[in-house]
Design a binder for this molecule. Sequence first.
Ligand code: NAD
Ligand code: MG
Length: 398
Amino acid sequence: MQKITVLGATGSIGSSTLKVVEANPEQYKVVALAAHTNVEKMTALCLCWQPAYAAMADHDAAQQLRKRLASKGLATEVLAGEEGLCQLASLPEVDMVMAAVVGAAGLSSTMAAVKAGKRVLLANKEALVMSGQFFIDAVYQYGAELLPIDSEHNAIFQCLPQAVQHTPGRCDLHASGVSKILLTGSGGPFRYREPQSLANVSVEEAVAHPNWSMGPKISVDSATMMNKGLEYIEARWLFNAKPEQLEVVIHPQSVIHSMVQMCDGSVLAQLGTPDMCTPIAHAMGYPERVHASVAPLDFTQIGEFTFMAPDARRYPCLSLAIAACEQGQAATTSLNAANEQAVAAFLAGKIGFMDIARINEQVLTQSSLPTPTSLDCLFELDRIARITANEQIAKVTP
Ligand code: NAD
Ligand code: MG
């Protein structure tokens, strides 16, 4: 029986993780659940899963949850704040931690799981984008096991030789016969729209992803293709990939989840129904296979696969992220923070869709980008980038 903590339990990845646990009741046990503010949903999850522990990052929410669970006679111990999440990520009895908090807010708890030497199921890509080499070094220092949940990275992981799988962030792709990683993306809801028409798109249009059902932040990131930019940076770290070893390809059907091209011309791909339960089940069961309750692929229903190159005019955020990756850690940390602020402002109706890229670019050009020497430096860079982004957001008239 493998014991699991789910960070971000009330979110989209959190619920897919619990579906995989439900499909394999003999193999997995939920020990702890954590989330931000949604007391209603957390109460329901605790009643269903009866975990030994729960945590809410928000202190008031934790207090409310404590009262509700007590009134229902549940023995679940409720912790509060970021420290509470970190504690649940490092419980001695826990084998694996699903890191599915959204955004940089997940870095501390994900890092706590790494430092406790857990199997870390990494959905929270922003944590790796924000901390890069620090994260990879900690994985080795503390003997953690890192398994990618992002469907693209999980697909790439599955296509790579075993030696590469066992050395995240430190593998030599070239020496392993890999010539290129082909990172696929659907292109989001606006892939066929004229770039000039994007200034006035609504929040509803932006979050309506054609193939995947996801949380609001990553849905907007998919529409701007900042998501693919963050994934490019994520792949750079996970697979120790050089710029010439990474290529983004638009594949509107989202059935090929990514590919690996070998030096002999072979291309290996991982395919599946676009459902996050598949990469989650892969990472939980690895190296075995476990059930994911996902509908099998029906090729006759898909009909055809198409591909195209991303258009830089339509997706300025993708170009920004690739450039930041070249620039280094300070640039990627700042860009990630700016983007979180800009996306939150867009979702709140304060700025337009194309303002997201503009604000991200302004923050990058206005920031002085010293080489960070510690995690504290990264948190400081993140803080300053958010202030700069908020100043730019305040200047936008909706
Ligand atoms: P979501 O918005 O549905 O859920 C986010 C979760 O994080 C919630 O449980 C929320 O309570 C928690 N959370 C938010 N802010 C927090 C804070 N300050 N402290 C503690 N917890 C906090 O998001 P999601 O779509 O499930 O995405 C989660 C992560 O997984 C993101 O990093 C995303 O990029 C990544 N991811 C998601 C998908 C997907 O299909 N949804 C695919 C690949 C990667
Ligand atoms: Mg992805």
